[in-house]
Design a protein around this ligand. Structure first.
Ligand code: PHE
Length: 341
């Protein structure tokens, strides 16, 4: 290629440079070791001295022109790059702050536990708690459920490696703990987490119970019926019918299961009450004398009643939720529906 052609090629490529890479390629094409301009200089050797001087000047001029172009274009590209970067990272520090902080809400289970607690407090109960990793002795033995007693199968237990410990299957061990540390009269409730090997739309391996225990010298089954009726009607905010069915728990005698008229269909029969018109909501009974004795309390002198309820079930009935898992997945779309609690 002669000088004119090289210049023409340069002129035609000039306008196409977009990036620093393009520019570097251009530099190599003309000024690199095998570049066209370098080539022209090499070819000068074959020219006559006069021509050499004349041509040399012209080639030099072209080289300087290309050099200058590369310098200016390089600066321009750098400037452009910086401008774009600044534009992309633009941060308007004069904007007012985001004042609308999203406000959380109480978890429906927390709200229901608080509500239950409040109702019982108004009736003179105080609140006790116990550990979730519990002694087998308190969860079973002292509640009149000796080893190998078939009643242990009623609750599928998670055992903890350490011998003699388990995840409590109910809040009833708090009865034992309370009676071991306090003289009657006792009038407590004990809300908390319990664990069972159970998992379906109405059972979760971890769920919540509220235990109730009253021990004094004169308490009767009739007192228990009254307390539970008052509680159920306050909680469901209507005059629900309540019925006591004979049942069995090793730690109460007599024992009862407590049903309320279905709050979904008002007793007409629906899917939730399986057409019976009744919903089982509580286990209850008079504290078994063996439990009192095991805790060092004179079973001749003192009597008691106890009850246990499933918080999840109460919450599901009150808010018409048909899958217990919704309480534990904590999907924000579910939780948002309880902002007023
Ligand atoms: N602990 C029983 C259960 O989990 C409920 C219960 C508590 C029954 C107190 C009677 C008295 O099924």
């Amino acid at each position: 290629m002669d000088l004119a052609q090289v210049r023409q090629l340069f002129e035609s490529l000039k306008g196409k440079i977009q990036t620093p890479r393009d520019l570097e390629k251009l530099r190599q094409t003309f000024l690199g070791k095998k570049g066209y301009v370098t080539q022209l200089f090499k070819e000068l050797r074959n020219a006559t001295p006069e021509k050499r001087r004349e041509l040399g000047k012209l080639i030099n001029a072209l080289r300087e022109e290309i050099d200058e172009f590369i310098k200016l274009k390089g600066e321009e590209l750098k400037r452009k790059e910086l401008e774009e970067k600044l534009k992309a990272e633009r941060l308007d520090i004069t904007l007012p702050g985001d004042t609308v902080l999203p406000i959380g809400s109480k978890h429906p289970l927390s709200a229901v536990i608080e509500e239950i607690t409040e109702i019982f407090k108004q009736m003179g109960f105080s609140v006790e708690t116990g550990p979730e990793v519990e002694k087998e002795e308190y969860n079973f033995d002292m509640l009149n459920i000796p080893k190998y007693h078939p009643a242990r199968d009623m609750q599928d237990t998670f055992y903890v490696n350490e011998k003699g410990y388990l995840l409590r299957t109910h809040t009833s061990p708090v009865q034992v703990r309370t009676l071991l540390k306090r003289e009657p009269p006792v009038q407590i409730i004990a809300p908390g987490r319990v664990y069972r090997r159970d998992d379906d739309p109405t059972h979760s391996p971890m769920f919540f119970q509220v235990e109730g225990l009253v021990v004094n010298e004169s308490v009767s089954f009739a007192n228990m019926v009254f307390v539970l009726k008052v509680f159920l009607r306050k909680f469901f905010e209507k005059d629900v019918s309540v019925r006591f069915r004979p049942s069995y728990f090793p730690f109460t005698e007599p024992s009862a299961e407590v049903d309320i008229g279905c709050v979904i269909c008002s007793g007409k029969g629906c899917r939730v009450c399986k057409g019976t018109g009744w919903l089982e909501v509580l286990g209850a009974g008079m504290v078994h004398p063996n439990v009192l004795s095991a805790c060092g309390i004179d079973a001749e002198k003192f009597r008691g009643f106890a009850f246990g309820l499933g918080v999840d079930r109460f919450a599901m009935l009150k808010y018409r939720i048909d899958n217990i898992k919704l309480f534990y997945e904590n999907d924000i779309r579910f939780l948002k529906q309880f902002v007023s609690l």
